[in-house]
Design a protein around this ligand. Sequence first.
Ligand code: NAD
Length: 364
Amino acid sequence: MEKTIALIPGDGIGPDVVAEAVKVLDAVAKKYGHKWNYRDVIAGGAAIDKFGKPLPQEQLDICLSSDATLLGAVGGPKWDNVAPEIRPEKALLGLRGGMKVFANLRPAVMWPQLKDACPLKDEIVGNGLDILVVRELTGGIYFGERGTSADGKTAWDTEKYSWEEIERIVRLGFQFAQKRQKHLTVVDKANILNSSRLWRKVAEEVHKEYSDVTLDFLYIDNASMQLVRNPRQFDVIATSNMFGDILTDEASQITGSIGMLASASLGDGTGPGLYEPIHGTAPDIAGKDLANPLATILSAAMLLRYSFKLETEAKAIEDAVNAVLNAGWRTGDIAGSKLAEVKAQGKLVGTKKMGELVVEELNK
Ligand code: NAD
């Protein structure tokens, strides 16, 4: 297979971790006989420095004309004081909107080898966690009508969803649940919000087509509590943009390290997907060979799975990561409380070495 992949290293540790994911993608190409043509895209702070804006149209166009996009992360203190309309995060909104990727998939997986890094008690997490959050990404209150009164003393934002916007998200939720534990939880605030009542109505209607999946509903406040109280009750969660934003951060925390979590943002399947680790640019460790590249490497696995339908190759990357962890290799963030022990065993590694270890496993 020959495909074009747009690469957005971005800022901070972005370039460090994307470089390792590329090594892994190259190893996959060599092993399975594929060819990837990479196209570099400048976005975020790097683009503000070079072009004066975070996502020039021609950079977005490179993503749109590629088969998939892999992003590191954007932003950092250097651009904290730029004008609001050119802030680095605008690149993320521009990419999501421009690429029409309306569904954000965030698997919150706790690797059994990294159980130590999980802040929850053993009896709560058991042998591990595996939750998939499907978050609506291009609608709701983040995109709704907003305003501030003339006297500056009142401000408002609007949560607005159409049947179609909800349907495509819950449908994806049901489809993923069918391939997993057949359980979908829709998270909302239907006791108060009209828009949430529509989410419920749509979910119940679409459920008729997926009767093998159990559907239930939770209010957002209860869901946030249940995630730390009994996270193993969840399989797939589907929710709105803002609730998803908050819940996915909570879900990522309970799995341990932010350096392990990948994400995919998908549209209707006719355009390219956007793949990125969920972490930011970690300015405190940027350029120091300290960042964990595994979240980006696992994002590359999602890219192969969802955009190129290469399940074997995606699984090979995940198996290689698993083997590296089984062999005891750790970056600082996932060594956690065992840092001294890991160091003494000579298994504490940097960004580059971690990437090389995954490549070595793939080549076995
Ligand atoms: P962050 O995710 O960058 O860092 C939070 C903490 O986690 C830091 O201590 C960092 O060192 C650590 N960390 C993050 N990724 C790591 C990795 N791969 N390996 C090891 N440790 C890792 O979040 P923040 O500090 O809130 O944000 C820093 C900058 O990143 C800000 O400018 C923010 O706007 C931006 N940001 C960008 C994205 C994105 O591009 N998608 C997402 C979140 C934050």
